[in-house]
Design a protein. Structure first.
Length: 135
C-alpha cells in the first residue's frame, strides 16, 4: 500500500510527507512496543526515502482530534497523578520515555537529515496546557 501511495504523492508534485507517530498504536500496553506490519515506522520512512521524498515527523504524543483519544494510549489514564498535556511529572515522564524511544529508533537507522536520512523536521507536542493560580 505505502509504495503506491508515496509514488502517487511524488507524481502529484509533493516533496514532503507529513506524518504522525501514534503512541497508542506503538505502545498499546505500558512498555510493550509494536513496530510490526502497518506499524513499521522505520520501513515506512525508508520507503519514503527510496522514492526521493522527505519526512516531517510529528512524534506527538498528543495529536489533537485526528485520532481517537488524541493518540494517547488508554493505559496512560491509569497512571497515578496523571494530568494530560500539562507540566505534570507523570505525563512528562511517560512522554519523554516514548519520544526518546522513537527518536533513538530512527537515529539508530540513520533516518534524520543530519545523518543523510529523509526526516527534515521532528515535532514534539503541539502545546502544553498551563494552569495558572491567579487570584
Amino acid at each position: 500500500m505505502w509504495p503506491s501511495l508515496i509514488k502517487k504523492t511524488k507524481e502529484g508534485g509533493i516533496e514532503v510527507i507529513d506524518t504522525y507517530v501514534f503512541w497508542n498504536l506503538h505502545e498499546p500496553k505500558l512498555g510493550q512496543y509494536d513496530f510490526n506490519g502497518r506499524n513499521d515506522l522505520v520501513k515506512f520512512i525508508k520507503e519514503i526515502r527510496s522514492q526521493g521524498l522527505y519526512v516531517c515527523l510529528r512524534i506527538g504524543p498528543f495529536i489533537e482530534a485526528e485520532w481517537n483519544y488524541g493518540g494517547l494510549p488508554f493505559w496512560l489514564r491509569d497512571v497515578p497523578g496523571m494530568v494530560y498535556r500539562t507540566d505534570n511529572e507523570p505525563f512528562k515522564f511517560h512522554m519523554r520515555r516514548f519520544t526518546s524511544k522513537i527518536v533513538n529508533l530512527l537515529k539508530s537507522e540513520g533516518l534524520y537529515a543530519s545523518q543523510g536520512g529523509p526526516i527534515i523536521l521532528s515535532q514534539v507536542l503541539i502545546f502544553v496546557i498551563v494552569h495558572l493560580n491567579v487570584k
